[in-house]
Design a protein around this ligand. Structure first.
Ligand SMILES: Nc1nc2c(ncn2[C@@H]2O[C@H](COP(=O)(O)OP(=O)(O)OP(=O)(O)O)[C@@H](O)[C@H]2O)c(=O)[nH]1
Ligand SMILES: [Mg+2]
Length: 408
């Protein structure tokens, strides 16, 4: 016989205390727009620190990354995104999927447009995408420093009929114009909340990814045509060495490259190595650079600082570079050394030639500039070993794309 269940008498509920509403605001803000409109410049400027690389070439940003701004008024988590474009390769499809998911997750969307350009098909495509979101959208008309003021009004007029924007703000990400206004309006529009990320958090990218991006940034600045689209950077190795662990040979500002002997099992036959040396930053004798068995070793990608989110920006100058002399009581050569081995992937042998440049001039310059930024960031001397490798059609290779994305 089924015993009928007797409903239990419920205790009368004690009247609930209203939950305390936090006095701070917190939430996520997606920065979206066509390539080159200044999303990453804006992110860096808002944070007052460089977390995203910037270039005058389109499609610089390939993976969404966070920039976290914490003030006494709250926390704004900005999501920098790849520029919206028609995807032809797997790489580009992945780039666009970052935009889609950021539109889904963000509390607020900031659409950036370039004040120096006329409205075109690409802009109509972006607005069409936005038509599908119910999130509040701020329109940021960027690069106002580069146009006459009378150009702005017709632009504002055009846009306000195309989407119910929450607000339209002319800004200059480069000069910082109106960014205080933007920040105030964003905080007003965000929901009340405590901190999403611990104070002091700056970004979600790993040190390793950041190092790769620094190399890519220098490369983008020096190559033209289709080269920006077909280059990717992978950090093979990061090794920390205590001060004095290098051979101590000083080679001045010298940079050398030499073609590697063919390695049949790998396209490394299409690679060159670059040893970039300055003021005793030499790690080991030529030929054994990077072996480092006797040093403190930390492989990129393994648990270690390279996978920690980056926290600090680039200080003004590299360590040990104040007239090449004492910094904080230490000589440059007494600073610890970081050995960074990186591969630059291109798609064709002629791309490789362009990246290397005549007598290695391009890669040499890229190496020197990237190393300087790395030294500022890591606060160590850096020994940078760059290789250029041909990976045919890597933009459609899930394996290569996983490898590169996996660095973040
Ligand atoms: N004059 C001017 N130039 C700007 C401004 N903001 C960005 N730029 C320039 O525009 C170019 C593109 O800037 P990015 O920040 O890389 O643009 P992005 O939207 O992140 O580009 P993708 O990552 O390719 O989508 C760079 O040369 C910037 O210096 C601005 O306010 N004024
Ligand atoms: Mg960008």
């Amino acid at each position: 016989m089924n015993a009928e269940k007797t409903p239990r008498a419920r205790k009368p509920r004690s009247p609930k205390k209203p939950a305390a509403v936090p006095s701070t605001k917190a939430g996520t803000v997606a920065l979206i727009g066509r390539p080159n409109v200044g999303k990453s410049t804006l992110l860096n400027r808002l944070l007052g620190q460089k977390v995203a690389i910037v270039s005058d070439k389109p499609q610089t940003t390939r993976i969404s990354l966070l920039g976290i701004k914490t003030t006494d008024k709250g926390q704004i988590v900005f999501i920098d995104n790849p520029g919206i474009h028609k995807p032809l390769h797997k790489l580009n499809k992945r780039m666009m999927s970052y935009v889609d998911s950021s539109l889904e997750t963000a509390d607020i969307v900031c659409l950036l447009v370039d004040a120096t350009l006329s409205f075109g098909q690409g802009d109509a495509y972006v607005l069409d995408m936005l038509g599908r979101t119910s999130k509040p959208v701020f329109l940021l008309i960027n690069k106002v420093d580069a146009v006459r003021k009378d150009r702005l009004l017709p632009m504002i007029d055009k846009y306000k009929d195309l989407h119910p924007f929450k607000d339209i703000i002319p800004i200059s990400a480069l000069k910082g114009t109106n960014l205080d206004v933007l920040e105030r309006l964003l905080l007003e529009a965000l929901p009340p909340g405590g901190m999403i990320y611990p104070g002091g958090s700056l970004s979600d990218q790993s040190e390793r990814f950041y190092l790769a991006e620094l190399i890519r940034e220098k490369l983008l600045a020096r190559v033209e045509m289709e080269l920006p689209f077909v280059t990717a950077v992978y950090i093979d190795r990061v090794e920390r060495r205590a001060a004095g662990a290098d051979s101590g040979r000083s080679a001045g500002e010298e940079t050398r490259y030499k073609p590697e002997s063919p390695a049949p099992e790998d396209e490394a036959a299409d690679s060159v190595s670059l040893w970039d040396e300055e003021e005793g930053a030499l790690l080991a004798d030529e030929g054994s650079a990077g072996s480092g068995r006797d040093a403190e070793t930390e492989e990129a990608g393994e648990a270690g600082t390279t996978k920690q989110p980056i926290r600090e920006a680039l200080p003004d100058r590299p360590p040990g570079h104040r007239q090449g002399r004492l910094i904080e009581g230490r000589r440059r050569r007494d600073l610890p050394l970081t050995y960074v081995q990186a591969s630059i992937f291109v798609e064709k042998p002629n791309h490789r030639q362009i990246v290397i440049g005549r007598e290695g001039q391009v890669i040499k310059a890229v190496g020197i500039e990237a190393r300087r930024d790395m030294e500022r960031y890591l606060k160590t001397r850096v020994y940078l070993d760059l290789q250029v490798k041909v990976r045919p059609r890597w933009r459609d290779s899930a394996d290569v794309l996983d490898l590169i994305e996996g660095q973040k």
